[in-house]
Design a protein around this ligand. Structure first.
Ligand code: NOJ
Length: 534
């Protein structure tokens, strides 16, 4: 058991995509005062920290991940006074606030890039990555953008290409220039001085690129769908030099009390672990996205959890995620009934859970008619938009059954259409139903909060002979819970020995189920998960 756990170890993080949470001024785009109006709701979820996707001034080519000014608030979302008020009210409720930091690239409208692009001898020229054209006039190398096409754009004014691995309007900063990191560390200090509790750091594993800009080799395992995946990204991702940057970022956080940094990193476990740092001096939490990517089978998840637990360095704290603004929603991926099982898994595994807004009510991907598609990778690559488009998981929060789900005024036009099922899949309907997904989520989070076994206790896998059922034990301070999860839509017979006979049910996905089970022989209903007291 973890003794003296910090808030980001014991607590639950809840991600808000500000454009889509609550609109307070009826322009169809969510904003900071809107989030502030929903603090009662947020508190009722028994979460501990809110993470806001970017709220900085931005031309919104990548919906805020193209930052034009790191130390201000986008008027679409409100003012700095609105931010300060949200931060103060969040803290007054005992909640923490984490903001997104996007250090890898800026917007092309950022003053730094404006200077950099103005002439070849501008002092900020090398704050970004500029290169002469290849001999044939084409891009300097074969690197690709995640969002389709080459990672280079030619700039007429100075006759060179600049690097961008996302949209053209997201030029990448050059962290090999000695002045760039100090400037970003100052940005961190600005927000830390204000009192933010931490940062979710965008694409932290991409911040360094090969100094020689070598061509990347083809990916022999490419499935022919997403062009970006056709190369092996050995010169643009996960370079050894990135760790020094992260250590310096961590040093700034450590100048303050209990602040944290969670890094966005999509890597296999052996490499992911290196982002904790050799001395645990890098990310407090390198995001663990493997539940998003794995096949939804009990045995696969068992192996994944066990291999993660085994790979964790001594003293490193685990974390788990089911979804975010870049991934299809969990209820769409596994179905609504399994989404309860998924929430039970997320909220009973050892490690900090991050919930994506709407997961608590079983929100599904929205259907986006072609004329509404806005997400750049989908706009750029219409033939694979249905696979890679991220608009579906970013539709407005479903508050009630009024027009636009209570997200914005009836007369407004929400920036993305509200998912069609909002008339019955919404907070208000579920609030009144003691067996709804929302009531289930609150019961789970309340239980997790009240039981050290669940929030900081040990994890042990439980062996048994049903391959469709995952079972594990969490324990601390003499209290032990067993979690048993049926990953299928069929009833499952389970036989667990070595933990006694009768086990009372503390919480079930099918909330009306009470009583106890007989561990050596019991049946789980389709899509059922149970938390048992042992
Ligand atoms: C990762 C973010 O989560 C995603 O939404 C964004 O498009 C890219 N980084 C670029 O910032």
């Amino acid at each position: 058991m973890k003794t003296n756990p910090l808030w980001w170890q014991k607590g639950i993080i809840y991600q808000i995509y500000p454009r889509s949470y609550q609109d307070s001024n009826n322009d169809g785009i969510g904003d900071l005062p809107g989030i502030r109006q929903r603090l009662d709701y947020l508190q009722s979820l028994n979460i501990d920290a809110i993470w806001l996707s970017p709220i900085y001034p931005s031309p919104m080519h990548d919906f805020g991940y193209d930052v034009a000014d790191y130390v201000d608030i986008n008027p679409l979302f409100g003012t700095m006074a609105d931010f300060d008020a949200l931060l103060a009210d969040t803290h007054a409720r005992g909640l923490k606030l984490i903001i997104d930091l996007v250090p890898n690239h800026t917007s092309d409208e950022h003053a730094w890039f404006q200077e950099s692009r103005s002439s070849r001898d501008n002092p900020k020229r090398d704050w970004y990555i500029w290169r002469d054209p290849a001999p044939d006039g084409g891009p300097p190398n074969n690197w690709l953008s995640f969002f389709g096409g080459p990672a280079w754009t030619f700039d007429d004014k100075t006759g060179q290409y600049y690097l961008h691995q996302f949209v053209t309007q997201q030029p990448e900063l050059n962290y090999r220039h000695p002045d760039v990191l100090p400037a970003m560390l100052d940005v961190m200090r600005f927000w830390l001085d204000k009192g933010v509790d931490g940062f979710r750091v965008d694409v932290i594993w991409l911040m360094m690129k090969d100094a020689a800009l070598r061509d990347e080799p083809p990916n022999p395992d490419w499935n022919g769908v997403e062009p970006y995946q056709s190369l092996n990204h050995i010169y643009t991702q996960n370079l050894p030099e990135v760790h020094d940057l992260i250590r310096q970022m961590r040093t700034v956080l450590d100048e303050y009390d209990e602040r944290m940094m969670v890094g966005e990193i999509y890597l296999p476990y052996d490499q992911l672990m290196t982002y904790y740092g050799e001395e645990l001096d890098e990310c407090h939490l390198p995001f663990n996205f493997h539940l998003i990517q794995a096949k939804w089978r009990a045995q696969t998840i068992r192996q994944l959890v066990d291999s993660y637990e085994d790979a964790l360095p001594e003293g490193a704290w685990p974390n788990w995620v089911l979804g975010n603004h870049d991934q299809h929603r969990i209820a769409t991926r596994v179905g609504l009934a399994q989404a309860r099982v998924a929430n039970m898994l997320l909220l009973t595994l050892r490690g900090t859970p991050t919930s994506y807004y709407g997961e608590e009510i079983g929100m599904e991907d929205g259907r986006i008619p072609p004329e509404y598609i806005q997400d750049p990778p989908a706009v750029n690559q219409p033939e694979i938009a249905h696979i890679i488009g991220r608009d579906p998981e970013r539709t407005p929060m479903q508050w009630d059954d009024s027009a636009h789900a209570g997200f914005t005024a009836e007369t407004a036009v929400p920036w993305l259409p509200v998912a069609e099922n909002y008339t019955n899949r919404n907070v208000s309907a579920q609030d009144d139903d003691p067996t709804s997904m929302l009531s289930f989520y609150r019961a789970l989070t309340a239980l997790r909060r009240s039981e050290p076994a669940l929030n900081v206790g040990h994890y042990t896998a439980v062996d048994h002979d049903n391959n469709d059922v995952l079972a594990y034990v969490r324990s601390a301070s003499g209290r032990t819970f067993m979690i048993v999860l049926n990953f299928t839509g069929e009833p499952q017979e389970v036989s667990i020995t070595g933990y006694g006979e009768k086990a009372p049910i503390t919480l079930a996905t099918h909330m009306q189920r009470r009583g106890s089970v007989t561990l050596p022989q019991f049946t789980l209903a389709p899509n059922e998960g149970l938390i048992l007291q042992i």
